[in-house]
Unconditional design. Structure first.
Length: 363
C-alpha cells in the first residue's frame, strides 16, 4: 500500500512524501517536487517490490553515479578499442551529476544534462567553443548508457537503465565525401613527401584501397599481414567480428616495402609510436595528416572519408552493395545504401553499352 503526503516548508516550497508499505518488506519512502513523479515512483516501487526486483534499500542507495562510472572505467573501459572519447564523456557526466544516488537517477535528470550539452559549447578539441551537434550529444548519452546497463545487469545496483528512456537528437543523414581523381593524386603526392612520417603514405593507401577504418589499420600487427597472399586480417572490428580484406595494388607494394625497413616481429604493431616509451601504442599521425591535407589543398575532408572514397570507387567500378558491405565489414545493407546511386549509375552505363552493342540504332 502506498500513501502520498503533501508538505510545505518554511519557504513555501511544496514537496510530496511517498511511503510504500508491503508485507514482508521494509517501508520505502522518497520525496518529490512534482506529484506526477511521486505517483510514478509509488507505482513502480510497489510493482518492483512485489516482483522481487527492487534494489533501492540496498545497492542503489549505497552507490551514486560516480561510483558506477569509476567501476566502469576500471573494469570495462580498458577493453574498448578506443576509450579516449568515452572517457572524456564519462568525466563530464561525473562532474555534472556524479553525486546523484542511483536510486534517484531518473530519465528527467539525464534529459536536463542532455539539454545543457546542447546549450553549452564544446570545451575541447577542434570544435572548442562551437555548439555541440546532435551527433555529439548523442555520443555523450551513448557513453553513459553502458555504465548504467552494467549497473543493472552485472552489478545489480539498479533495476532499470534510465538512459534508455531519454530521447536522442535527430542526426543528419551520413555524408559521402570522397576524393576526386585530382584530389587523390595531390593527396598521395603530399603523403609521399612526408619524410618525417613515411608511414602516413602506407596508412593512407591502405585506407583508400581497402576501406579499413582508422582503428583497424592502426591496430594491425605483423601477424595480421599476409604479404604472399595479399591479405589483411582485421581483428576486433567495430561490428565485433574478424574479417579478411584483400590487399592489392599500391597498398600491397607500399606495405611490402614498409616491412623491409622494420623488424618483422609478428606481435609488433605495423605502425608503432615513436620512441621506446611509445612503441607499444599506435602512431599518432594527426598533425601529419592535417599537414598533408593543407599541402594537397584538400578541404572538408576527414580521415574516415578515405573509407567513403574506397566504397565509392568500388561502386563506380561495378561492385554491388552486398560486395561493398562485405569488404567494409557492414552486417546490414542499410549502412551502404548511401552508395546505391553510384551503383545505379554504373548499372545504367552497363545497360547502355549492352543496348548499343546488341541492338545498335534499332528504333
Amino acid at each position: 500500500m502506498a500513501t502520498i503526503e503533501k508538505r510545505t516548508d518554511s519557504t513555501g516550497a511544496i514537496t510530496y512524501r511517498v511511503k510504500v508499505r508491503l508485507r514482508g518488506h521494509p517501508q520505502e519512502s522518497a520525496s518529490f517536487r512534482r506529484l506526477t513523479d511521486a505517483k510514478r515512483w509509488s507505482s513502480q516501487t510497489e510493482s518492483a517490490l512485489r516482483e522481487g526486483r527492487y534494489f533501492k534499500t540496498s545497492e542503489s542507495q549505497k552507490h551514486n553515479l560516480g561510483d558506477a562510472i569509476k567501476r566502469y572505467q576500471q573494469e570495462m573501459l580498458p577493453e574498448l578499442k578506443d576509450p579516449k572519447h568515452p572517457l572524456l564523456h564519462l568525466n563530464w557526466w561525473n562532474k555534472e551529476i556524479g553525486g546523484t544516488p542511483l536510486a534517484d537517477l531518473r530519465p528527467s535528470t539525464i534529459a536536463e544534462c542532455r539539454d545543457k550539452l546542447k546549450r553549452t559549447p564544446s570545451d575541447y578539441g577542434k570544435h572548442k567553443g562551437k555548439p555541440r551537434s546532435a551527433a555529439t550529444v548523442n555520443r555523450y548519452l551513448a557513453s553513459l548508457s553502458p555504465v548504467l546497463s552494467a549497473a543493472v545487469m552485472e552489478w545489480e545496483w539498479m533495476d532499470s537503465n534510465p538512459c534508455k528512456k531519454v530521447k536522442r537528437g535527430k542526426e543528419p543523414s551520413g555524408r559521402v565525401r570522397f576524393l576526386s581523381p585530382t584530389e587523390r593524386t595531390a593527396l598521395l603526392a603530399a603523403c609521399a613527401e612526408m619524410h618525417d612520417t613515411p608511414e602516413l603514405n602506407v596508412i593512407v593507401l591502405i585506407a583508400v584501397i581497402t576501406g579499413a577504418r582508422r582503428g583497424e589499420i592502426m591496430g594491425l600487427r605483423w601477424r595480421h599481414v599476409d604479404i604472399s597472399r595479399g591479405r589483411l586480417i582485421l581483428e576486433d572490428t567495430k561490428n565485433g567480428e574478424n574479417r579478411s580484406v584483400p590487399l592489392v595494388g599500391p597498398a600491397l607494394r607500399a606495405l611490402t616495402n614498409w616491412g623491409k625497413v622494420r623488424p618483422l616481429d609478428s606481435n609488433e604493431l605495423v605502425f608503432p609510436g615513436r620512441g621506446e616509451r611509445n612503441k607499444s601504442n599506435p602512431l599518432d599521425f594527426e598533425k601529419a595528416w592535417h599537414e598533408v591535407l593543407g599541402r594537397a589543398g584538400v578541404t572538408n575532408f576527414r580521415f574516415h572519408d578515405l573509407r567513403h572514397t574506397a566504397a565509392s570507387y568500388l561502386a563506380m567500378n561495378g561492385a554491388g552493395l552486398r560486395e561493398i558491405g562485405d569488404i567494409l565489414g557492414h552486417k546490414t545493407l542499410a549502412m551502404v545504401q548511401r552508395y546505391s546511386h553510384l551503383c545505379d549509375d554504373h548499372k545504367q552505363a552497363t545497360m547502355e553499352r549492352m543496348a548499343l552493342a546488341e541492338f545498335g540504332d534499332i528504333g
